[in-house]
Ligand binder design. Structure first.
Ligand code: TYD
Ligand code: MG
Length: 451
């Protein structure tokens, strides 16, 4: 009743059909049809309809930012939330998304004195109340709406005019315009696009929470990354209390900042000195353990890399890594075998970044290589040593960015020695008491670290 006509569109060739089809008659691909509202497709909903303007006449203005009163979150956002922007917060179920965003909402309202709307489509109002009590955020400024219909949510937003909106979660909300169930690609996308339009039109910053799910019937945040302004991922191992917030898309800031938190009994605690936390549980003399300085955005961090090499007992050798890219580790193992002369063909190799952090930059190559060599030879690496450097395919050590910041952080954390790329050492004038060794290939590095 009153429902706009829906169409199903092939996601690979845009062929439109009145009903869902398994195989596209146009391009022949399978399982690519997604329901869309016939009234207007998300593509036509882009909220910039102000007319054509010469580039030179567009004023930059002062980009206003709203602080969430959580420094770690503000930094990842690029200095706070931009009014009218839509921020998607993705992450595994249970990682702490609702907790983080409830704390952020309370922070914004604490600073502004206004009212905010928390749409709890997933949990009951009582559950939300329990969480808020636990966090000590029992504020009257937070208005709770336990509702799954987007139309009802919109009506409430019109009525109460909140200054900020949270939708938890996008997978449980649905629009009555589409026939499909909440959580399907069509629903998730249509709801997000409409929230985006509303946020822009009324200048209400909006947080959307989305669960990361494996490929399947339930659509994860991946399908809406291109719709929203900012995409943050909240990551962490269930077994650890550390959580890392990472920007993977940001129309209003850099994407390589991270925020570090610890999940405690009373909510998420900001970690202002992550190096200290990541090194907290370090055991001094174990083979295969080595500290490295990694840079996330503008921020150097000292973390521990661990490797375990053990004889393969059955069949194919296993290579498993947590916190670093598995392909990268395979490549480094190949370099160690071919250039370094290590025999790893009949051994399992496990690499882990302690504390549940994920390192995405190649500066961790050299510490990975050295910790594997250390475990294989059962030689303990000095606990006051930290190492960084990229390893090339011929075993050469390449320079990395921000060497000075890394050295400084290591020194601050009490390290005495560093092994770094020779090319970095030549370029910098480190004013430190660190004993720095520059190396040009993995032979020199192994010699220097393991003797
Ligand atoms: P939650 O924010 O509900 O996760 P998500 O929204 O990502 O699914 O939090 C999940 C876990 O965090 C839950 O298992 C309980 C734990 N937790 C704490 O340890 N301390 C707290 O103060 C809160 C609120 C939750
Ligand atoms: Mg939740």
């Amino acid at each position: 009743m009153g429902r706009a006509k829906t169409v199903f569109r092939c996601q690979s060739c845009a062929y439109a059909a009145p009903k869902w089809l398994g195989r596209c008659p146009d391009c022949g691909s399978w399982n690519t049809f997604v329901e869309e509202s016939g009234a207007r497709s998300p593509a036509r909903m882009t909220p910039h309809a102000a007319g054509t303007v010469p580039l030179s006449e567009i004023s930059l203005g002062e980009q206003r930012r709203i602080s969430t009163d959580i420094d770690e979150l503000d930094r990842v956002l690029g200095g706070g939330v931009v009014p009218g922007s839509v921020v998607l917060v993705g992450g595994d179920p249970g990682v702490g998304k609702s907790t983080l965003i409830l704390q952020a909402l309370a922070g914004v309202l604490r600073k502004s004195g206004g009212r905010g709307l928390y749409v709890s489509a997933e949990e009951s109002a009582t559950q939300l109340k329990l969480r808020a009590t636990r966090l000590g955020l029992d504020s009257g400024a937070i208005l709770v709406l336990s509702e799954t219909s987007l139309e009802v949510v919109f009506a409430e937003i019109e009525r109460i005019r909140p200054e900020i909106v949270v939708v938890d979660s996008i997978q449980t909300i649905f629009t009555e315009e589409l026939l499909s169930a909440p959580g399907t690609v069509g629903q998730v996308r249509e709801c997000s696009a409409r929230l985006m339009t509303l946020a822009k039109r009324q200048n209400i910053p909006t947080f959307i929470i989305g669960h990361v799910t494996k490929e399947g019937a339930i659509a994860g945040p991946k399908v809406l990354e291109h719709i929203v302004d900012t995409v943050l991922y909240f990551e962490g191992e269930r077994s650890h209390s550390f959580r890392v917030l990472r920007a993977v898309k940001n129309r209003f800031g850099s994407t390589n900042e991270i925020g570090v938190f610890e999940m405690t009994d009373s909510g998420l605690l900001e970690i202002r000195n992550p190096s200290e936390v990541f090194l907290r549980e370090r055991t001094a003399d174990a083979s295969g353990s080595l500290a490295t300085a990694t840079v996330e955005g503008t921020r150097p961090l000292i973390v521990e890399i661990q490797a375990l090499v053990s004889p393969t007992t059955f069949g194919m050798p296993r290579r498993t890594s947590i916190g670093v890219d598995n392909q990268r580790v395979n490549l480094l193992i190949a370099v160690l075998e071919k250039i370094g002369g290590l025999h790893l063909g009949l051994t399992d190799v496990y690499v882990n970044v302690a504390g549940g952090l994920r390192i995405v930059e190649p500066a961790s190559d050299l510490p990975i290589v050295l910790s594997i060599a250390s475990s294989l030879r059962e030689l303990v690496l000095p606990s006051d040593l930290f190492v960084f450097g990229e390893v090339g395919l011929s075993g050469e050590i390449r320079a990395v960015s921000q060497a000075e910041a890394r050295l400084k952080e290591g020194e601050k954390m009490g390290f005495k020695r560093a092994i770094i790329p020779e090319k970095n050492l030549k370029r910098i004038k480190p004013d430190t008491d660190l004993l720095i060794t520059g190396v040009k290939d993995i032979h020199e590095a192994m010699e220097s670290a393991l003797g």
